[in-house]
Design a protein around this ligand. Structure first.
Ligand SMILES: [Zn+2]
Length: 135
């Protein structure tokens, strides 16, 4: 049996980490879990999951297209969670600050973002994010 590690770099297998979320058979309990599952969805190019895990208020018409566009020529290589506030099982909102590294047309780039998460129908969804300036 081949064991593949989850693309979110949790060191868990994909089956025991983000796959149940991607398959819709389980839901992230915390904002960080949702954040990680969205990162691995970018790696695996699971566009529908990324749309579905976005808050309905933010699911504008161009969302899927812009996600697809952002995946073009982009190879995600690392995720580092820097900080989080709230976003736990008892919370209704949460913030996660992270850095994600990627290669885009041979350039090594870093996305530094503070993402905001909310609950929709009791499940965590991505609300929006603030891109931080890197020094
Ligand atoms: Zn994972």
């Amino acid at each position: 049996m081949t064991v593949s590690l989850c693309p979110c770099l949790s060191n868990k297998t994909y089956q025991t980490c983000c796959k149940p979320f991607h398959d819709g058979v389980a839901f992230p309990k915390t904002a960080i879990e949702l954040m990680r599952s969205r990162y691995s969805a970018y790696v695996l190019q699971l566009t529908d999951y990324l749309v579905l895990s976005t808050h309905p208020d933010k699911q504008n018409r161009g969302l899927k297209e812009s996600i697809l566009q952002s995946m073009k020529d982009t190879q995600w290589i690392n995720l580092k969670i820097l900080k989080s506030s709230l976003g736990l099982e008892i919370d209704k909102i949460g913030k996660v600050e992270f850095q994600a590294d990627y290669i885009n047309s041979n350039n090594h780039e870093t996305l530094h973002e503070i993402s905001r998460f909310k609950r929709h129908k009791s499940n965590w969804v991505y609300y929006d994010g603030i891109i931080m300036n890197n020094p």
